[in-house]
Design a protein around this ligand. Sequence first.
Ligand code: PEP
Ligand code: MG
Length: 593
Amino acid sequence: MAMAAKQGEKAFRGIPVSNGVCRGKVFILNHRHVTIPREDVPEEKLSVEIDRLEEALIQTRKQILEVQRLVNEALGADQANIFEAHLLVLDDPSLIDGVTRQIQNEKVNVAYAYHCVAEKFIETLSKVDDEYLRERAKDLRDVTNRVLSNLLGRPLGNELQNLREPCIIISEDLTPSVTAVLDKKMVLGFATDVGSKTSHTAILARSLQIPAIVGLKDVSQQLQNGQFILLDGFTGHLIVNPSDQTLFEYGQLVRRQVSLQEHLREVKDLSATSLDGITLILSANVEQPSDTEAVQAFGAQGVGLFRTEYLFISRTTLPSEEEQYQALKQVAVALKPNPVVIRTLDLGGDKLLSHLQLPPEMNPSLGMRAIRYCLQEPGIFRRQLRAILRASAEGNLKMMYPMISGLGELNQANTLLEECKAELRREKIPFNPDMEVGVMIEVPSAVMIAEALAQKVAFFSLGTNDLIQYTLAVDRMNERIAHLYEPTHPAILRMIKKTIEAAHKHGIWVGVCGEMAADLNSTPLLLGLGVDELSVTPSQVPEIKFLIRRLKASESRELAAFALACDSGEEILKRSRALARQAAPNLFEEIEK
Ligand code: PEP
Ligand code: MG
């Protein structure tokens, strides 16, 4: 969304997902309207440009046929047929003639001519009042992007590996696998058209400590490569051509942040204890073994969520048992004696592996995801369970299953776990037979049967990202309904309370590892509702701890009691936020725009 701004500036506002301010040059990734320079070509060289068009078409044809072959193998002829349409688009004589004519008439370079003609075709198709034809505009975009990439010698998706100077990435979207491998030295921040606070891309940005904004609608079409921008990951403002005054204000904010960081460092080795003596465990969410450095640096008391799927993402084959064991062992040893909660594989939803070639689903979040996938693929699951068990001999490892929706799944998973233990015993491979096993509570049905689950596991971890998505029927990835994604919705708070009551009744602890745990506005509520642990991105541990140390649990309990009787999520948020701001005002500083 574009906003009013100081003179000469243009400002946009999206959803802030990763704190920090950065400024630098724009790098547009996979831009729909890539700026392709127009170059004048002398008459005698025009035939070279036309030959280049032919070469690019041949190269693209080969690439499409290869993709078609792979899709055919994995998904069958039906799915592969769509590439027939791509081949037709590629060879469309009116498109090719249009480009050739423009090269000859205007004496311009082929990439420019191709881009202009393709854009005209796409625009015409997108305006047609026929859904089928409008969809074809997407095919056309796919194909023409591929041809342009070949003409420009820039293989699709490779752009980020060859950045020459630090920049801010602007893109329609970034997948978690691209985000996971961003080079922090070159990527100062990123902003995308789509996305929401709890999408995995946003979670990774926080983990990488890269300032980021999502849900900026069409910003990737409005900006151009090389423009100078300021990105404010605290408030979600993106400012093009920031004025001296704006830069000054942000300079002050950054200075205040630096001094706040100093205060936060002072609490590093202290416990997260409220003014009236209630102590919570503060753990960290991690994705990679290398994240353990940050866990220690920010003073987390272990890992509350190790998202093991990132050991599977960003590679072209599945990791072996040994590879997984080595990675988990590294974390267990580094953080010993602190606990490390390993979550078993949660593939699916927005975390997909292209090499697994899973069939497309209408509703991936409701589909073959997490424990469902593991139970369907016992070979993959067993390899992981064996690796976790083996690593349990090396440190204080705990394990939990994601997306448990009923007792049956828990029993099946535990049966496989027992079989793996028996195998390891036979093979005389050491493991901790008493490793604690817990479940994530992130599906409403799990809340409703929390008492039954609590009798079978050692702990609960509330995955509020999914619990909110599934309870409120709000896709956590969809920025168009982000306003409906409401952690303080009365239904969510009652779910959390019900889970805590069931757990405590049966003597087990409850953590929260979803992003709600890291939202300072929710901290008083979670403290008051009685959770035992919060697990957040390592860099967020100090501020949560700082706040808890300034809160009174008694006041938080009063707030929770009010919240459980209140019908308005807005009112609950307002009160919780007020309590947090009153306790630690300097944590909430930002530039009001
Ligand atoms: C959650 O759903 O809250 C959670 C922590 O799991 P993930 O974000 O990986 O789905
Ligand atoms: Mg989840």
